[in-house]
Design a protein around this ligand. Sequence first.
Ligand code: GLP
Length: 242
Amino acid sequence: MKVVICSDAAQTRRLAAQVLAQQVQTKPDSVLGLATGRTMEAIYAQLAERAEEQSIDFSGVTTFNLDEYIGLTAQHPQSYRYYMQTHLFRLINIPEHNTHVPDGAAEDVEAEARSYESRIAQAGGIDLQLLGLGENGHIGFNEPLSALNGRTHVVTLAQATLQQNAVMFDNDMGQVPARALTMGTGTILDSREALLVVTGAAKADIVARVIEGPVSALVPGSALQFHPHCLVLLDEAAASRL
Ligand code: GLP
């Protein structure tokens, strides 16, 4: 792992957007793995701004999102498909058919998980996987005790995740879907490069366990220690327990 500590969250996000922009400029047919969550919103805003200023061409780029809630349609404002349309896809020139988010409204979610995994393989695998970190150490929706070699699968979300994400659902935990589809930790580890971005003091403890702790299924993000090319971007607050 290569760890870069930026002075503040704004600089961390700027650098993350720069890494993504450079990836597309260097390889216009890149396959990007994308993430959601609050941390990513500003990164996508910066990336879209750069794309406009520097005429970055996304027409040959393919994207695969990490995860999606089960039971929410693409039109649901809290679905990750809706999030991606709002925060990135409508702001860049990527063709919609090049963008992939697991279908949480699929009738057979197990079949959707298998098909998602094979679509990633057909696209030639992921060149650069963007990642955030849950407060309980999850990456994607791989909760503590998920298999470290898992592929795309259906998960039951941890209580801590329901609490953490309730803010997006009017602070009503009852509204947060209990299950999700997620790339597995093994799928994530197969990406050629990974970019983990974490900001804020609330994640300082878990960041230390991810980077310096033993690799353990209790902390799924710690599996990134096995990734051959993983860049970690932190602000000083998130790095304060290293
Ligand atoms: C969700 C997503 C994760 C993301 C996490 C962190 O749980 N499934 O992929 O890393 O949120 O979100 P935030 O940036 O809002 O803290």
